[in-house]
Design a protein around this ligand. Structure first.
Ligand SMILES: Nc1ncnc2c1ncn2[C@@H]1O[C@H](COP(=O)(O)OP(=O)(O)OP(=O)(O)O)[C@@H](O)[C@H]1O
Length: 230
């Protein structure tokens, strides 16, 4: 589904991503771990085309996409939940969800399934995004990314600053989406237990490089917890 090969990225003269390669597969959650500042967000932004890569290739659904704009990547079926959520605070929940459908035709309805996944959004449909709790905003950001039915969902630290009950709900949704088998999920996460519970595959980054990888079920035995401990 997603094949990343040998990508390098720089901010000015700083070499941030160093020869990063990995794949994400339909039906699986690929977890990306690493301490603060190792380049995880930069990697996710590179996948979405939000920052340019210097070299390497990104193939999505059989097509090279590294030259495509973020808009084209979204249209191709890549969904992104950014760090810090970035919902539109002054727009209502409904309007935020419609933003997720912005590149579809105007008549595309908001999928009813989103309200089964996150019932609170139905209840707060006319409330402004900025008036939701952090956890509700995170659910909204995930629902907005899901609205156009992506084939790949990329999430950047969805548990950051979120209360435990909502973290559980978000975890259940991620597992359910992966188990349906028609979506690949890339999850960047600092919360180790959450990451381990969801991981089918894992990658650990350090100073812009992938330094460890394997199956989620082997994370504990492989000492990943120690690798990412602060
Ligand atoms: N826009 C930018 N311009 C210059 N340097 C940047 C920029 N964004 C990030 N960096 C630097 O790139 C490196 C990687 O940052 P990045 O945000 O990708 O790390 P991260 O692993 O996602 O960290 P965190 O967990 O804190 O979000 C850091 O050294 C950071 O200071």
């Amino acid at each position: 589904m997603l094949t990343v090969k040998n990508i390098h990225q720089y901010y000015g003269g700083s070499h941030i991503l160093r020869d990063v390669s990995f794949t994400a597969t339909l039906g699986k959650v690929t977890v990306l771990l690493g301490r603060n500042g190792v380049g995880k967000t930069t990697l996710l932004k590179s996948l979405m085309g939000l920052v340019p890569i210097k070299s390497g290739s990104i193939e999505f659904d059989g097509q090279p996409i590294q030259k495509q704009t973020p808009y084209e990547r979204a249209r191709a079926g890549m969904g992104f939940v950014p760090q810090g959520r970035e919902i539109f605070a002054r727009l209502t929940v409904e309007e935020n969800l419609r933003m997720g459908l912005a590149y579809k035709s105007g008549s595309t309805p908001i999928p009813a399934e989103l309200f089964e996944l996150f019932p609170i959004l139905k209840q707060f449909m006319n409330r402004r995004g900025g008036d939701l709790s952090g956890g509700q905003q995170q659910q909204l950001a995930i629902a907005r990314a899901l609205a156009p039915k992506p084939k790949l969902l990329i999430l950047d630290e969805p548990t950051e600053g979120i209360q435990p009950s909502i973290i559980k709900d978000i975890g259940r949704v991620i597992r359910m989406l992966a188990d349906r088998g028609d979506m690949a999920i890339v999850l960047c996460e600092q919360y180790y237990d959450f990451a381990q519970e969801l991981a089918d595959d894992y990658l650990v980054m350090e100073r812009g490089e992938v330094i460890a990888r394997g199956l989620g079920k082997d994370m504990e035995a492989n000492g990943v917890r120690q690798l990412v401990a602060i």
